[in-house]
Design a protein around this ligand. Structure first.
Ligand code: SF4
Length: 240
């Protein structure tokens, strides 16, 4: 389903200060059940999944398995499924790491991380979202400069669908408080200096006060994996 620019603008006026529960309720009212919620198992993803499991326990939830995630992320998936009573679908590239190395070269993440993210994240996600009516994420404005203009409802030109960000205005502190309050499981690496956790070769710890996502792709200019249009200059916020 496609919303017009005006409909997106009106939705944002209505939802900017709404609780994530209300944003999710609006999402299912507007788009029906063919809505997919993605998670990378970060802190806001944990909070979002908990809220989602209360609003719509049967909702479609997925993660992108690059084959290069930390063991703690795979453990957390199992814990969350058990605790929240949900099933988290695994999306995966058709290309094994071995085939990728044979076709593109060893350690592609070091030589060309954009290409590696495209093959292991963007492509499988694009295929999956092609049959969905909307995509829900746990993106927050405070996560990085590239995300500071995130709207609650926006058109995502990379995947050609409406994206909903119910946690957009939450802060790192809000999310941590929510997780503590509800005693939710989370990745213990967050307590070891890793505020943002992706694939093993592209994630490093950060020092206190550094940007949350500064530990990602430290040897490159790259700030985003490419599944979102954040950081892409000609971002199109409106629909058709
Ligand atoms: S985060 Fe790194 S290892 Fe993971 S898909 Fe992107 S470049 Fe490859």
């Amino acid at each position: 389903m496609i919303l017009t620019q005006n409909e997106i603008r009106e939705a944002n006026m209505r939802l900017e200060h709404a609780w994530p529960e209300d944003v999710l309720a609006w999402t299912f009212e507007t788009f029906g059940s063919n809505v997919a919620t993605g998670t990378g198992f970060g802190l806001s993803g944990v909070a979002l999944m908990h809220i989602l499991s209360r609003v719509r326990p049967t909702a479609i939830v997925f993660y992108l398995d690059t084959d290069l995630l930390f063991p703690e992320a795979y453990d957390l998936k199992i814990q969350l499924e058990k605790r929240l009573g949900i099933k988290i679908l695994r999306l995966h590239s058709e290309l094994s790491l071995r085939d990728q190395a044979a076709r593109e070269g060893d350690n592609l993440w070091r030589i060309n991380p954009d290409r590696c993210c495209f093959l292991r994240k963007v492509q499988p996600l694009r295929q999956f979202l092609a049959s969905k009516d909307a995509w829900v994420t746990a993106v927050r404005r405070d996560q990085s400069p590239t995300r500071r203009n995130t709207a609650v409802v926006e058109w995502e030109p990379i995947h050609n669908l409406v994206k909903i960000n119910p946690m957009a205005s939450w802060t790192d502190r809000d999310v941590r408080q929510y997780i503590t309050l509800h005693e939710l499981p989370y990745n213990p690496m967050h307590d070891w200096g890793y505020p943002s956790i992706g694939c093993i070769p592209c994630t490093k710890p950060v020092k206190n006060g550094q940007n949350i996502r500064s530990g990602r792709w430290q040897e490159h200019e790259k700030m985003e994996c490419g599944i979102h249009s954040y950081g892409i200059e000609e971002k199109t916020l409106g629909g058709r």
